[in-house]
Design a protein around this ligand. Structure first.
Ligand SMILES: [Fe+2]
Ligand SMILES: [Fe+2]
Length: 251
């Protein structure tokens, strides 16, 4: 029987989904990837639903976002490659068996099938919020204890991130990702890994009518949509002036 009452609690307690999350996390551990288990999917589920809630989407969309976030990485139980697509196909079958309405399943599989930067396009608000939530989860708690390697850029970047959070300003239509990292790594190393993901986050925010800002250690890294061309030119002029003055002093 089909119902629209499949909840996050039901998804969380589903044995099939639990097993797939654990298997995905195990497989990625064997391959040397950072944590993708319950900690990661909890963060992504919560952040996806909070983004949708703060932007004013209705309660059911918020819950569907939370469900998509919880399930989004189960495709890694099959293979890392194209895990968004394999995960979406698996999700379709599981949620159908659980009795979710086809229209709701369609939103969730569209989101999961498009959450990775290689092939992903933010096709609906759940997908957009999921992308931002997923790509925001860089943190030292994702590094696997006793297994990290400081020669690995992913471990270095994650280990260096002490704090990460997202803010949503509905009035100014801005979503910000704040990252605080220490000297174990650097913003340049972060961008080496995250460049294509941040560009996807910008597209995702635009899908929801917002701009996306990445702020590392208090500094805006990507283009701020709220700065006009004339403001930017003025800032550039200030900079050139200071630089000339500095060079004059050096002589
Ligand atoms: Fe993923
Ligand atoms: Fe993920």
């Amino acid at each position: 029987m089909q119902t629209n009452n499949v909840t996050l609690a039901m998804v969380k307690s589903n044995e099939e989904i639990k097993t797939l999350i654990d298997t995905a996390n195990h497989n990625l551990e064997v391959m040397g990837y950072t944590e993708h288990g319950v900690r990661h999917v909890s963060f992504v589920s919560r952040a996806t639903s909070e983004i949708l809630f703060e932007l004013g989407y209705d309660a059911r969309m918020v819950e569907l976002g939370a469900i998509a976030g919880w399930i989004h990485d189960i495709g890694n139980a099959v293979n890392r490659r194209q895990h968004g697509i394999s995960g979406a196909v698996m999700t379709y079958q599981i949620l159908t068996r659980m009795g979710m309405l086809p229209a709701e399943i369609a939103l969730i599989v569209s989101a999961i099938g498009n959450h990775e930067e290689e092939v992903g396009i933010p096709v609906n608000p759940i997908c957009a919020a999921l992308i931002i939530a997923d790509k925001s989860d860089a943190h030292r708690s994702r590094v696997r204890k006793d297994k990290f390697n400081l020669n690995d850029i992913h471990d270095r970047v994650n280990l260096s991130i002490k704090k990460n959070f997202i803010t949503v300003d509905k009035e100014h239509k801005t979503i910000k990702l704040f990252i605080y990292m220490n000297e174990i790594s650097s913003p340049v190393e972060y961008m080496q890994i995250y460049m294509s993901r941040i560009i996807l986050c910008e597209k995702a925010a635009a899908t929801m009518g917002c701009s996306f800002e990445l702020i590392i250690n208090g500094n805006a890294v990507n283009r701020r949509q709220d700065i006009s061309v004339s403001e930017a030119m003025l800032k550039e002029g200030d900079f050139i002036g200071k630089r000339v003055e500095y060079q004059t002093k050096e002589k």
